[in-house]
Design a protein around this ligand. Structure first.
Ligand code: NAI
Ligand code: MG
Length: 331
């Protein structure tokens, strides 16, 4: 049995997680789910948004599925704590068009790899007499590590090109280190094409010719912004999965939050969670099952009938999950 940690969280996090376990069950895998809590409800019960038991469990199991949590103002974020504790330094966000979705582009298939551990999100912010200042930490170690991760990812998934995104013309020192690290590590991958773009130009190319991209690697803040722009290109929050990967652990979560506006109605789109689940199966080396799951989701989207209101249908989260399970059986 492979043990995985399941953290449903709050609001629609719990609802889409029910959909995920339903679909996982139908794949009949040797998985043992161990539930753990985090988030707002957990805070109300235990006084902590992310109890030590939860962190310990995620370290012991082979992978973690995370729904979504409601932020508790003034308290540490469960997901950011997990990324730190487990040293999940790479955030992978695929930008992929699925037929049947009403989106800006119908032909995209690229991946953004965001450095998840430093940059402007290092938490080094201080008030000064004039206002405030944040420090942008870019180390050679983290830049080489994320570049290597991106090249390995490209190689493993049969992709051809890796693009580094930075702003080294202005941030000469920090992004100079990032860019140099990228090309230095790149020498170890002679078969892959390498290029680099400024982040502002990249933001424009996303809108004018996003088809040119294959794998992108970038620093924390740029990756955060570009990946939401990427989500916008292919249909929005209900569809976008993500993986947080470290050397020892992997955590898989939809990009969306707990959506209090639709909580309890049973109408959350489960696709982002289900695609995150497929990414987890790939990470656990169950490539065949991962692909089967993605194909089933794709078929349900293409058919376009049994879908949630955000996709123009009037079916529920669990209706859609059952439809995906049915597709898995047919395939
Ligand atoms: P949100 O992603 O929860 O919702 C934004 C909008 O998208 C809402 O109108 C919502 O109904 C819709 N939406 C999101 N996911 C959907 C789905 N699967 N199906 C259909 N519609 C969907 O972001 P918001 O409202 O800014 O944040 C709500 C709470 O979630 C906050 O407490 C926020 O801090 C937290 N949050 C947590 C995240 C996490 O756990 N990783 C990520 C983002 C936000
Ligand atoms: Mg973001």
């Amino acid at each position: 049995m492979i043990k995985i940690t399941i953290i449903p969280g709050d609001g629609i996090g719990k609802e889409v997680m029910n959909a995920a376990t339903h679909v996982l069950d139908s794949l009949e895998l040797n998985l043992d789910y161990i539930y753990a809590s985090a988030g707002y409800e957990c805070f109300q019960k235990t006084g902590s948004t992310i109890p030590d038991e939860t962190i310990k469990l995620t370290k012991k199991t082979s992978a973690t599925l995370f729904g979504a949590v409601t932020t508790v103002p003034g308290h540490k974020s469960a997901i950011i704590s997990l990324r730190k504790e487990l040293d999940l330094y790479a955030n992978i966000r695929p930008v992929k068009s699925y037929p049947g979705i009403n989106s800006l582009f119908k032909d995209l298939d690229f991946v953004i790899i965001r450095e998840n551990s430093e940059g402007l999100y290092s938490g080094l912010e201080d008030y000064t007499r004039e206002g405030a200042v944040a420090r942008r930490v870019i180390t050679r170690r983290a830049s080489e590590r994320i570049s290597r991760f991106a090249f390995d990812y490209a190689k493993k998934t049969g992709r051809k090109k890796v693009t580094a995104v930075h702003k080294a013309n202005v941030l000469k020192k920090t992004d100079g280190v990032f860019k140099d690290s990228f090309y230095k590590v790149g020498e170890e991958y002679p078969d892959l094409e390498k290029e680099d773009f400024y982040v502002d130009a990249t933001a424009m190319y996303f809108l004018t010719k996003p088809q040119i991209f294959d794998v992108l690697v970038t620093t924390n803040l740029f990756g955060d912004i570009l990946s939401d722009e990427g989500a916008g290109l292919v249909g929005g929050l209900g569809l976008i999965p993500s993986a947080n990967i470290g050397d020892k652990q992997g955590l898989f979560e939809p990009v969306h939050g707990s959506a209090p506006d639709i909580e309890g109605k049973g109408i959350a789109n489960p696709v982002a969670m289900l695609l995150s689940t497929s990414m987890m199966l790939k990470y656990l080396k169950m490539e065949y099952e991962a692909e089967n799951l993605e194909k089933a989701i794709s078929a349900v989207l293409k058919n376009g009938k049994v879908v949630t209101p955000d996709l123009g249908g009037n079916y529920s989260t669990m209706d859609m999950a059952r439809e995906v399970s049915k597709q898995i059986k047919i395939q």
